[in-house]
Design a protein around this ligand. Sequence first.
Ligand code: M6R
Length: 365
Amino acid sequence: ELGEFEHYMLKEIFEQPQSIENAMRGRFNEDEATAVFGGLNMSAKDIRKVDRIVLTACGTSWHAGLVGEYLLEEFARIPTEVEYASELRYRNPPMSENTMIFAITQSGETADTLAAMRECKRKGHPTLAICNVVGSTIAREADGGIYLHAGPEVGVASTKAFTSQVTVLTLLALYFGRMRHLSYPAGSRIIRHLKEMPRIIEETLKCHEMVKYVADKYAKNNNFLYLGRLYNFPVALEGALKLKEISYIHAEGYPAAEMKHGPLALVDEVTPSVFVVPKCGIYPKVISNLEEVKARKGPVIAIACKGDDKIAELADDVIFVPDVEEYLQPLVTSIPLQLLSYHIALHRGCNVDRPRNLAKSVTVE
Ligand code: M6R
């Protein structure tokens, strides 16, 4: 089953060109420049009424939700919140009548996500699932939903499910956007870019050798910071979670500009900062955050776009990824971070597929 791969995690990382393709299959309507979903079980009229979206999830799925929030607000202009399911289930936030809920979950069995979903459903909100495991409890109990079609994810660390969730959330933003303010040409452009992603992910995976070199160099460090802004802030959180989870290394993710509000005090010669800094509207701002770290002698590993010559002068090590539209960057920038945590874990002799203290589906609260 593992084929040429030593671990499920690596196999699943390398499956991403295919899993992303599968998440999109049959979900474009190119004539109308929008996305289509078979299982939302709601009329266009009801969906048109939605004026607020709540995304609820745990762990990596929650990080995908954060990317979803940025996508939905940018393309559909619908106010969107992302709630930890474990908090939402016991909180009682005011929710307008036309609030729609999406539970995001790979397994469809996470106890907190299920409980948060049931609470929202009981209150009468349309409650849908973005789920991988067909026929799982959350998939069955939701009013409708969207399957990831990522295939089984065996490694405890979620990898391909994350990029599939982000892909589906991009399709959702396109769908909601085209019901509102997004023009036909803008919708067509998004479809064109999305369709290129499987090939671009294939290209991204070529960073593997460089990631191995970086993992070699830093595997003994005991603290890491992960920094990114806008679409790459959730990627920083996800990179840090991956490292904690399978390498047992203390890592923290932050929006890069938050550094001076506290975390900068952690920077020293043995605390590497992983900067997710592809080309974007606020690239110069992220660079100045990076320079603040360098000025304190912190080693910097940058995830940057191919062709970015400037970054090579500033960072200690650079892992290059293809240049894509800002809203698609999480799909490419998350991949070297998955690989980095994998190789560092190998160096440290950790069980990458079955990390200590963790389970693939967390069915207890
Ligand atoms: O199956 P789910 O997506 O609901 O799982 C949620 C989290 O338990 C999960 O993403 C967890 O954080 C992963 N092990 C992270 O790699």
